[in-house]
Design a protein around this ligand. Sequence first.
Ligand code: ZN
Length: 350
Amino acid sequence: MRARIVLLVVALLATPASSTILAKSKSSRTTLNIYFIDVEGGAATLIVTPAGESVLIDAGWDGADGRDAKRIQEAMQLAGVTTIDHLIVTHYHRDHYGGVPELSRLVTIKRFYDHGEMTALGEDPQFAERYGAYQAAAKNETITLKAGETISLKNVDGVPPIKLLCVAANAVTIDTKTKPNPECNPGLEKKPDTSENGRSVGLWLQWGAFDFLNLADLTAPIMSGLICPDNQIGEVDLYQATWHGGTLANNEILLRSLRPTVTVMINGPRKGGHQEVIKLLQELPASKALYQLHRNVQTTAEQNTPAAFIANLEEQPDDGNLIAVAIDAKKGSFIVTNSRTKRSQSYRVK
Ligand SMILES: [Zn+2]
């Protein structure tokens, strides 16, 4: 594994980041772009389609002088979009939807999606205030996403249609028969879970042969419904490590079933990025690279991915570097850029 990592590092292309991070003007877009924005252990993933439509999955934390909303706005500028066409709030935890009110003051958000209305959340003493601020930002016009529904996106001529499918929401998963997953042991099927993480909206983006999976903070008992007894997702090219790269949400069976080519861990310096998950991903035969938004400062350099694949090495000062992905369906490849090193690496779509 060490030799493979060294080879990969050596193979990093000296492509200036500007050519791979910056999206082209609307009329000349040929790629699908995904930006993993550093919101310090929260979540904010921006997708810009070849038609120039924008989808934001989660909006980071509230507070910190609007830090996360500003970082999302900066990423939007990089991506060449001025409005959010679709904002998907995966669940009502502060690190995922706290930043919505602040973001709504900076940019126009056209549609708001979530897993449904809630009146109380035991673990958040400020839930009423936070949820109220979210609903006010959405002018109480939120759309409830259900497993199996798609978010309608515009297509452009000459490239494959794009599909964004909700695979999990409010503790319910899609239920399609494919074929039994040999990785599953008996007893691994879906189990009840009433936690807020278990209600996370999970999204599967498909563009041609390219697959990106973002399950937010979905828990293992619910996620099992996607993987066992049938693997309904199949193998993915790009995987946002669930629950910021925490152990409970990233078991070996899940990772061996999804076989991600590239994983991006949206961890903070002291949140997520668990060494056991990093090790599992590094030892996964199908895995070509693991990127982290932050170095986990609580573990050793060897327990993190190599520094070239980390967007933010220090806890302070924190530059808020991001990981950008540009997918070219026609070429059958995708390029991942670390905005800190300004270096890019190309990977084949499966
Ligand atoms: Zn979270």
